[in-house]
Design a protein. Structure first.
Ligand SMILES: NC(=O)c1ccc[n+]([C@@H]2O[C@H](COP(=O)([O-])OP(=O)(O)OC[C@H]3O[C@@H](n4cnc5c(N)ncnc54)[C@H](OP(=O)(O)O)[C@@H]3O)[C@@H](O)[C@H]2O)c1
Length: 310
């Protein structure tokens, strides 16, 4: 049996439950992931950004089922509180944090609130993201005047990860996962905000490659603090709100993406080292710009300037 077929058999059935824009509960969380069973994450704290919906929501439920206290994040309080209730029904603890990643000040406030409320952070999953809406070719800006997909998909995670580094280091061994994509376009550092040449596809793809450059850029220094940083493409066109709003036909279940994220989150095979990019469950090669240290340094400088300018 091929690895792919085996993985398909392993995923939980039930993606029909994701129909509609507010996805109802998916399949019941699994009893174990990659040898880590229920209760084994008790005492650990996980922040999953963008866990009011889609991939992040189901990952939050799976982590909670293994015993983690989950910090649920998004903009929509009603959906966030519903996820918190679902987690409590599983017998785990959760809290909801609202923050709009289209505003740097809100990302900073989120980090400050978490540092104030939590005495540890074992896992940070930078998952919150946006894609194009069907028929919308407009270049949207964040509250800080940055191209919106760059701001929400990449820059917010850049800032949040640095702001929470101390808490992650104090909880080492800890992990950071950047949920990127196979859609990748190189950044043009002469026009990083795509003022001259914009398309929604390019904006999304450069924001996703930026997450991978960021992963490779910080992996070694974070590993020295006991923090393992990896990135991945979860699955292609999962059945989520993002894909439906783009007018695309889903080609994968949310559960496929969940399995890929859970591997990086809990598997003992990915608890040290870091600096990897995976597609699904397999290590893969990202766009060549990810391996260009000058590009990574340019992105680092740009990001530091942008987050300092709020
Ligand atoms: N779907 C796919 O096939 C696919 C493929 C490759 C990679 N990915 C990546 O996987 C991640 C999750 O995607 P998904 O398909 O699960 O999307 P989704 O169902 O649309 O969920 C996106 C999540 O991000 C949050 N979010 C959106 N805008 C935000 C903002 N401005 N500030 C804070 N939170 C915000 C949403 O919460 P609120 O609405 O409550 O703010 C929601 O919880 C994304 O990073 C995406 O790029 C997805």
């Amino acid at each position: 049996m091929s690895g792919w077929t085996r993985r398909r058999l392993l995923v939980t059935l039930g993606s029909a439950a994701t129909a509609g824009l507010v996805a109802p509960a998916l399949a019941a969380p699994r009893d174990a992931w990659f040898g880590v069973g229920r209760g084994e994450l008790t005492g650990q704290v996980a922040l999953v950004t963008g866990s009011t919906d889609g991939l992040g929501r189901q990952v939050a439920l799976e982590l909670a089922a293994l015993g983690a206290r989950v910090l649920v994040h998004g903009r929509n309080r009603e959906r966030g509180e519903a996820v918190v209730r679902e987690i409590r029904d599983l017998g785990s603890e959760a809290s909801f944090y609202a923050a709009d990643f289209a505003a740097i000040a809100e990302v900073r406030a989120l980090a400050e609130a978490i540092r104030g409320d939590q005495d540890r952070l074992d896992l940070l999953i930078n998952n919150a993201g946006i894609w194009r809406r069907e028929g919308d070719e407009t270049r949207h800006l964040s509250a800080d005047g940055h191209e919106l997909m760059f701001a929400v998909n990449y820059l917010a995670g850049f800032l949040l990860t640095h702001e929470l580094r101390g808490l992650l280091a104090a909880s080492a061994p800890s992990r950071v996962i950047n949920v990127a994509s196979r859609a990748q376009a190189p950044l043009d550092f002469d026009d990083p905000m795509l003022e001259r040449e914009f398309s929604p596809g390019r904006a999304y793809a450069q924001s996703k490659l930026a997450q991978i450059l960021f992963t490779l850029d910080i992996a070694e220094a974070f590993a020295a603090d006991g923090i393992t940083v990896n990135s991945l493409h979860p699955a292609t066109l999962m059945d989520t709100t993002m894909v439906r709003l783009a007018g695309m036909a889903p080609r994968a279940t949310v559960e496929e993406g969940v399995e890929a994220v859970m591997q990086l989150a809990v598997s003992p095979d990915y608890g040290a080292g870091g600096g990897l990019y995976l597609e699904g469950l397999e290590e893969a090669r990202a766009h060549p710009q990810a391996y260009d240290e000058h590009a990574r340094a340019a992105l680092r400088r740009l990001s530091e300037t942008l987050v300092a300018g709020d």
